[in-house]
Design a protein around this ligand. Structure first.
Ligand code: PMP
Length: 426
């Protein structure tokens, strides 16, 4: 593959953009090599600036469940753009998107639109604090909820419960309000609750973790956090920024049958444009300004083009639910991986989200996910890239299958998997 132009672009980007990337996950620092500079995309494919074609399993980090450039979404964007790109005022389309979200998520009575997943979770947490009058948040090590100060936290080494900042620039005083439990470990949640019985505003969790690779919840885990939240009077927040409209029309909460108090959404609901949303019961959501005393706002919130793209995406998913098909396609790839591996790996999959961990051990939480062999993952990643398959440039991310990944694309991928594993062995 000709990488010359890509190389030149990366060099040029680095002169104007920190690290040459506008989000660190795009960097290939963990796997080696230059980030891909994309020229265009179509269906299951992404093309770099030299027109090298890759089968895309990043899919804008889970945005494109219908593939790139779905005709209905492209048409909706065209139509909306011609009618005005931003009003900073109310529109009928916002109501329609809110109604679609409510239809999919019965736990959501009122929903507010924002511009990113980060904003959605940040605002939901503020609302939970305002509603309960409490300050502390229980989150889980290895889950990601965007880059707001209070949620950029990692487990401390001393007092295992108290978080420390995961980024410079985040004061200890802020992450001190965030308590970290272990995913799939209810006892770790109980320990935090016992230490701070009256202080927990919310328990915040990815119902299927997608940001430490894919780590599914064990039987009873989501039910367990639900019960604990009820017992202590805290709100349970599901961060469904990835899983919403992906694991079923009604997200992970429909798939697992556990109802949170609040739900955060993003990615799919914008059809590829910047968006986020958070919603929950009327009693909680009515605490938001202008009705209540919890402030939250946005110039571009409910942007007409993003909303039009989102409506097109959600209506397509509603009218022709792809979830069985995506399950089959995910299962095909899982089987292809298992057949090809020849070395110990863990294939972790829920529906159309999957990841491959290079380990012989079960992966159930952040400790076990981050103990897997990243060096072999990096080699495997580069082999796949060389044969035209793009997966996330980090083992602690999810691959995403879309409706555009048809049988021939899946077969091509299975062959690439086999070749990549074979060259690891050689
Ligand atoms: N929550 C989850 C579960 C996510 O995966 C992400 C982003 N990958 C976010 C929140 C933050 O969303 P955004 O990047 O749109 O701010």
């Amino acid at each position: 593959m000709n990488q010359q132009l890509n190389r030149e672009m990366f060099e040029r980007a680095k002169r104007s953009i920190p690290g040459g990337v506008n989000s660190p996950v795009r960097s290939f620092a963990r796997v080696g090599g230059d980030p891909v500079f994309v020229g265009r995309a179509d269906g299951p494919f992404i093309y770099d600036v030299s027109e090298n074609r890759y089968v895309d399993y990043v899919m804008s980090w889970g945005v494109h469940i219908l593939g790139h450039c779905h005709p209905r979404i492209v048409e909706a964007i065209r139509h909306a753009a011609a009618r005005g790109t931003s009003f900073g005022m109310c529109t009928q389309a916002e109501i329609e998107l809110a109604e679609l979200i409510k239809q999919a998520f019965p736990s959501v009575e009122l929903v507010r639109l924002v511009n990113s997943g980060t904003e959605a979770v940040m605002s939901a947490v503020r609302l939970a604090r305002g509603f309960t009058g409490r300050a502390k948040v229980i989150a889980f090590e290895g889950c990601y909820h965007g880059h707001s100060d209070g949620l950029l936290v990692k487990a401390g080494s001393g007092l295992a419960t108290l978080g420390i900042p995961a980024s410079a620039g985040v004061p200890q005083s802020i992450v001190g309000e965030t308590l970290l439990a272990h995913y799939n470990d209810l006892a770790s949640v109980e320990a935090l609750v016992a230490a701070f019985p009256d202080d927990v505003a919310c328990i915040l969790v990815e119902p299927v973790a997608g940001n430490m690779g894919v780590v599914p919840p064990h039987d009873g885990f989501l039910e367990g956090v639900r019960t604990i939240a009820d017992r202590i009077g805290a709100l349970l927040i599901f961060d469904e920024v990835i899983t919403g409209f992906r694991l079923s029309f009604g997200g992970a909460q429909q798939r697992y049958g556990v109802k949170p108090d609040m739900t955060c959404l993003g990615k799919i609901i914008g059809g590829g444009l910047p968006i986020g949303a958070f919603g929950g019961p009327r009693s909680v959501m009515e605490r938001l300004a202008p009705l209540g005393d919890v402030y939250q706002a946005g110039t571009l919130s409910g942007n007409p083009i993003a909303v039009a793209a989102g409506i097109a995406a959600l209506k397509t998913l509603h009218d022709d639910p792809p979830y069985e098909l995506l399950e089959k396609r995910g299962a095909y790839l899982e089987q292809a991986l298992a057949n090809a591996a020849g070395i110990p790996i863990q294939i972790s999959r829920v529906g159309s989200m999957f990841s491959v961990f290079f380990t012989g051990e079960l992966v159930t939480d952040y400790a076990s996910a981050s103990a897997t062999d990243g060096t072999t993952y990096a080699r495997w990643f580069r082999e796949l890239l060389d044969s035209g398959v793009l997966i996330p440039p980090s083992p602690l991310e999810s691959c995403f299958v879309s409706t555009a990944h048809d049988d021939s694309v899946l077969e091509e991928t299975a062959q690439a998997f086999a070749m990549a594993f074979a060259s690891l062995a050689s």
